[in-house]
Design a binder for this molecule. Structure first.
Ligand SMILES: Nc1ncnc2c1ncn2[C@@H]1O[C@H](COP(=O)(O)OP(=O)(O)OP(=O)(O)O)[C@@H](O)[C@H]1O
Ligand SMILES: [Mg+2]
Length: 262
């Protein structure tokens, strides 16, 4: 069974009356790394929010199906959704400062998902959190554990967010522009980290970016979104080498030549 199967997803916001997602179909297999690219406003984040169950029912009309391991996150009861969020689907968003609570120590936040979803003791949780912090390359995990988010660098904060999402080993990590706020060297390190987590634990990744060259570093397949629809999908290298859709061609042409040949 596919891990994720999205069928004809449509999202219309009540406030604007506009359909932001206009019939998206998407499949993610266990362990697959799929990139979702497209220009600003094409509906990438809205799709990801619908998939992770974070879209407020009151703010938008949703239709279609979003199956996670066969359960429809659009219609399943609240408790079932809560059981999916965290252990099933972890999320990493662009600006780590908004995903971290400034008043709570980093280690506690990394542990949070374990506190909510497992019977582990406090000591076991701490152990797992420290382990995750080592895996994401946070320096001196014992020390970092006690720090507050503002005491970390931007790259370290993003690593902390990734640690808090992967500490429970979810089936899927949704990463929405996880490296956009970071400088290029850190960006590459984080992408490497995500790849190693995916390979080591069989975690599927949905990587959202407006930058095809970022997707190419991490994902074997890619879907291209344009104005609420997926206009092209396939093996990343194939799409890169011979894009079929006009919009994809323009997206590739927009990548600086140096990056295109890296
Ligand atoms: N809460 C909301 N209320 C009304 N419209 C919204 C809301 N959130 C998003 N939209 C609209 O939905 C469309 C898709 O937005 P979305 O955030 O998914 O774009 P995106 O592809 O993620 O763009 P970016 O690359 O800039 O992050 C846009 O037209 C946006 O204005
Ligand atoms: Mg977005």
């Amino acid at each position: 069974m596919a891990l994720v199967e999205i069928r004809d997803l449509r999202v219309r916001f009540h406030s604007t009356g506009k359909e932001a997602v206009r019939g998206v179909d998407m499949t993610i297999e266990p362990g697959q790394r799929l990139g979702l690219v497209g220009e600003s406003g094409s509906g990438k984040t809205v799709t990801a929010m619908a998939l992770s169950g974070l879209l407020q029912r009151g703010s938008a009309a949703l239709s279609g199906q979003v199956l996670f391991q066969g359960r429809d996150v659009l219609t399943c009861p609240r408790e079932e959704l809560r059981a999916i969020q965290g252990p099933g689907i972890g999320v990493v968003f662009q600006e780590p400062m908004t995903s971290l609570n400034p008043l709570i120590r980093v280690g506690c936040q990394v542990e949070e998902v374990l506190r909510l979803h497992t019977d582990l003791t406090a000591d076991q949780r701490r152990e797992r959190a420290l382990e995750a912090m080592v895996q994401v390359g946070l320096p001196e995990p014992e020390v970092t554990y006690e720090k507050y988010p503002h005491q970390l660098s931007g790259g370290q904060r993003q690593r902390a967010v990734i640690a808090s999402a992967m500490v429970i080993h979810p089936k899927l990590l949704i990463c929405d522009e996880p490296t956009t706020a970071l400088d290029v060297t850190v960006q590459i390190q984080i992408l490497r980290l995500l790849k190693s987590i995916s390979v080591r634990y069989g975690v599927a990744i949905l990587l959202i970016s407006h930058d095809l060259s970022v997707v190419r570093r991490l994902c074997e397949s890619v879907a291209v979104m344009y104005r609420g629809r997926i206009v092209e999908r396939g093996n990343t290298e194939d799409v890169f080498a011979s894009p079929q859709d006009d919009y994809t061609r323009r997206l590739i042409a927009a990548i600086p030549t140096r990056k295109r040949h890296e």
